[in-house]
Design a protein around this ligand. Structure first.
Ligand code: HEC
Ligand code: HEC
Length: 387
């Protein structure tokens, strides 16, 4: 009996060691506690629906990308999640980041111009957030360079983007001192900062860093197209131009749509909808642009088409309500202007007219519908934590 007890004790001690190891050193080698004390947790649960331990924030890229797993600091991601949903971060306490980035529609908004504080309106259409990331920082793809943020690519990092959004008078209308004051006054932030940074010294940089960790953790890679590509690679190996092959997991129509997409759209929007072929371009929306976009060049971000069936209205000014309208544009509506991309011209001349047949239109729409990622829009880790 005695030795049995001793054995149990040893097992308990060993496993608690393992537990501490696991929870302390996992993310980025800094020793940060991943769990709240009972006192801290009872403060948190007054305001928030959070499990008793910060959740695991990691995602695995599909095989067709590189199959690697990226782990995010769970305490910081959790803090970022709370900040993202907190209306106290806006001047009149009416708007949070999530007001214009709704998880159910892939973190976009369903109106052309979103409502900010005092019922003011944004100047551009809200951008969807699944898989918004900085390749430079997270994938080390120096050769491709960093993908910046906003329709005119004016922010180099999520931190910079978030500070601009918080400060924008049509959006949240707060300077960082005000944000800091609000966060310091709210009781639930001290415990969240302790698990995020190891102490409750709250400052502006940490606020922005936590938001960035959360935003970057929102990976969207579980679409039907991703699974179909991975299925092909699993069976056939990673052949050259695997995306050009017939993918058994897609229907005939979706496969035809894919071929059309690869020929006509992927040079800008990316063959596997992961990395865009171009960071910015002009796609001929107008003869003369009033909003001149990136460096007054009339070029705009080439947006990701992930979850595209959920994220209408479309384009930087939300001018098209449906994907049918978008296809009308590419079919016969491309306008000539000096900035129009050569890929959208016939032999460098007149604007292209794709003149899609009914069948082609149906196929393209069917294919674009395979970009939807239901895991993303239902993932509880990205949902509103407030009670
Ligand atoms: C009032 C609506 C509104 C609020 C609030 C808002 N956003 Fe946005 N967000 C937008 C709009 C509109 C754009 C595109 C603006 C532009 O390009 O000029 C955007 C763009 C972005 C982008 C760039 C995405 C990309 O692919 O380039 C990120 C990231 C982002 N928002 C995150 C946030 C975060 C984090 C917050 C909270 C701190 C926030 N947003 C609050 C409306 C909003
Ligand atoms: C020369 C590059 C280029 C090509 C080729 C191209 N696009 Fe685009 N696409 C863009 C740019 C740039 C935008 C954003 C333009 C803006 O808002 O000012 C865009 C926007 C879109 C949008 C709206 C996205 C959103 O979130 O609002 C859809 C959908 C789209 N393109 C589909 C297609 C399809 C389908 C094809 C092929 C038939 C195609 N594109 C070909 C550059 C291109």
């Amino acid at each position: 009996m005695k030795s049995y007890m001793k054995f149990i004790k040893t097992v308990l001690i060993l496993s608690s060691f393992l537990f501490i190891f696991n929870s302390c050193l996992k993310d980025d080698n800094t020793i940060v506690k991943h769990y709240w004390s009972p006192e801290d947790y009872s403060i948190l649960t007054k305001y928030l629906n959070l499990p008793s331990e910060p959740q695991n924030y990691e995602f695995t890229f599909p095989e067709h990308y590189n199959g690697t797993t990226r782990v995010f600091h769970r305490g910081r991601a959790t803090l970022g999640r709370v900040l993202f949903y907190d209306k106290h971060l806006s001047q009149d306490n009416s708007i949070s980041c999530a007001s214009c980035h709704d998880q159910k529609i892939a973190f976009s908004d369903d109106v052309a111009f979103s409502e900010g504080v005092q019922q003011r309106r944004t100047a551009r259409n809200s951008l969807a957030l699944g898989s918004v990331f900085s390749f430079n920082e997270y994938y080390g793809s120096q050769s491709f360079g960093q993908i910046p943020f906003f329709w005119d690519n004016r922010a180099e990092s999520v931190q910079e983007q978030a500070e601009m959004t918080l400060g924008n008078e049509n959006e949240m209308d707060m300077d960082m001192h005000q944000v800091l004051d609000r966060v310091q006054d709210l009781e639930y932030y001290a415990p969240l900062f302790r698990t995020a940074f190891g102490n409750d010294d709250i400052n502006e940089t940490k606020i922005l860093d936590a938001i960035a960790v959360f935003i970057n953790s929102i990976g969207s890679f579980d679409s039907k197209y991703d699974r179909a590509l991975d299925d092909y690679i699993k069976t056939n190996g990673r052949t050259n131009n695997f995306q050009n092959k017939f993918l058994p997991m897609l229907s005939e129509s979706e496969n035809r749509g894919k071929d059309l997409y690869l020929n006509e759209c992927s040079s800008c929007h990316g063959t596997t909808i992961s990395i865009p072929g171009k960071v910015s371009a002009n796609n001929g929306l107008d003869l003369v642009y009033t909003d001149k976009g990136e460096n007054e060049s009339s070029k705009f971000k080439v947006p990701t088409l992930r979850n595209i069936t959920l994220t209408g209205p479309y384009m930087h000014d939300g001018r098209f309500a449906t994907l049918d309208d978008v296809l009308d544009h590419y079919s016969s509506g491309i306008k000539d202007n000096d900035a129009l991309d050569d890929e959208l011209r016939e032999n460098f001349g007149e604007p292209k007219k794709y003149n899609f047949t009914d069948q082609e239109r149906e196929d393209l729409l069917a294919f674009m519908a395979t970009f939807k990622d239901d895991s993303l829009i239902n993932d509880e880790r990205f949902s509103d934590p407030f009670k």
